[in-house]
Design a protein around this ligand. Structure first.
Ligand code: ACO
Length: 428
């Protein structure tokens, strides 16, 4: 293939260079388009054909169902690594040595204290506030308690901001849950590992010890790893675009959390469980809901199915389905909605509508079933997703700043009124 793309507009032909990725992805570099053509731009709502950046963090091939972080397969990482190692890998580009990982965690623990005044903000929220709204606000509030901006030319400054948020974010997540449950807030313990601390801060009762269950630690580690990054999805693009204005890391993350909340993105894990529950309550008639999902007059969609990029099995869904069986078995939990989910999956995979559109289960089809077996309330599911995605957002923000990317500012094709004269109010 030549390394030039030709574009003909009217009589004129323009040439644009092709950009190649390390996995042979090809893009047309149109940076010079508008200038060269006297104002012509491209339009691509939803950015289905638009690469917003060059990135060395995550590779995903939606046709073949491949996902890799920094070159390592998601299957191998989920099996062999823990979440903190994966976080280090995503952010800094290489798997840490034992010393690097120990130092990273010690630095995180030094920052795992949240200013006590944050409690006043939490107290002001009604108990029934959605945890994602609370988490996004609290993350934004961190900027008020940590006002200094990050000097991106200083490795040390960047590192400090990263360990700060890696330390404080799990505390905010746990406090969001405890506030909902009316429990006193918990600061965790320096003696525990990252994921152990999260579970303890979330679940320890004020009058009791908390017995850490290795099955729960392992399950949460795996879920967080599987959610840790997914290249330029809606929330990650939000973090990058907000950060591109040189807004701080915490402000950029807060925007990412809001983007993740929507049911077409991270909010799908809550929506899936609510859907499975509703189907079960309705007598478990999966055929009826398959019919609704295919009916274009009906707004119902099969939540947890379909993906913008995967047109094959989401590799994360395969790992999570297996883990759901194992975790529920190990915890001795029998959940009838697991059967509803499996029934729906079986039918969808054989149904022509889903086959034609290449709709497969995505990461969130089975994740909620595991979270529920772990005792995590449904409204917290997307918060758990945010906790997993944190290192990915940080890595993408860091990469964007280090590459000195310009401010994100798309153009538009204006389709409104042409110039018209103002009409006085009494004449309208
Ligand atoms: N149920 C029924 N039909 C669906 C579904 C679904 N879950 N998903 C897509 N379709 C259909 C669409 O109606 C459309 O049909 P048409 O061609 O006849 O008009 C076709 O499949 C293509 O769908 P689009 O919406 O154009 O695909 P897009 O890439 O824009 O959307 C999305 C992807 C948002 C994930 C979509 O599949 C969806 O809404 N799924 C359910 C929500 C969900 O699970 N989201 C989580 C995604 S994973 C994540 O963010 C972590």
């Amino acid at each position: 293939m030549s390394d030039i793309a030709k574009l003909q507009i009217g009589e004129k032909t323009y040439e644009f260079p092709l950009v190649k990725g390390t996995e042979n992805e090809t893009a047309i570099d149109i940076k010079a388009l508008r200038g060269a053509t006297d104002g012509v731009i491209t339009i691509d709502p939803g950015y289905k054909n638009t690469g917003s950046c060059q990135s060395a963090i995550t590779f995903l091939d939606g046709e073949q169902g491949i996902l890799r972080y920094r070159g390592y397969s998601i299957e191998e990482l989920a099996e062999k690594a823990d979440f903190l190692e994966v976080a280090y890998l995503l952010i800094f580009g290489e798997l840490p040595t034992k010393e690097q990982l120990d130092k990273f965690y010690a630095d995180i623990l030094d920052e795992a204290i949240v200013d006590d005044d944050i409690k006043k903000i939490i107290d002001a929220f009604p108990k029934n506030a959605h945890p994602m709204g609370v988490l996004s606000s609290l993350t934004s509030a961190l900027t008020a308690f940590n006002p200094s901006s990050v000097n991106v030319d200083s490795e040390e400054d960047m590192y400090k901001a990263i360990v700060k948020i890696m330390g404080k974010f799990p505390v905010l997540v746990a406090w969001t849950l405890r506030k909902k449950q009316g429990l006193p807030l918990h600061y965790g313990s320096r003696k525990l590992g990252y994921v152990e601390n999260i579970l303890t801060m979330m679940f320890q009762k004020p009058n009791d010890e908390y017995d850490l269950n290795p099955i729960m630690i392992n399950a949460l580690d795996k879920l967080l790893i599987l959610h840790a990054d997914h290249e330029q999805n809606c929330s990650t693009s939000t973090v990058r675009i907000v950060g591109s204005s040189h807004a701080g890391l915490f402000a950029s993350l807060s925007a990412g959390i809001s983007a993740l909340w929507g049911p077409l993105h991270g909010g799908a894990n809550q929506a899936v469980l609510e859907m499975l529950e509703a189907i079960k309550e309705d007598g478990g008639d999966t055929k009826k809901y398959m019919g609704k999902a295919k009916d274009k007059e009906d707004p119902f969609r099969l939540m947890g199915f379909g993906h913008r990029v995967y047109k094959n099995f989401d590799p994360r869904a395969k790992i999570i389905k297996k883990a759901a069986d194992e975790v529920l078995g190990d915890l001795g939990v029998e959940d009838p909605i697991l059967d509803v989910a499996k029934g729906l999956e079986r039918e969808a995979l054989e149904d022509q509508y889903f086959v034609d559109r290449k709709l497969y289960p995505n990461v969130d089809f089975y994740s909620g079933i595991i979270y529920r077996a772990m005792g995590i309330p449904v409204e917290m599911f997307t918060v758990m997703f945010a906790l997993g995605r944190l290192p990915g957002w940080i890595a993408q923000w860091r990469e964007m700043r280090l590459r000195k990317e310009p401010i994100g500012r798309p153009r538009q094709v204006y389709v409104g009124e042409n110039l018209r004269e103002f009409v006085e109010i009494d004449k309208r």
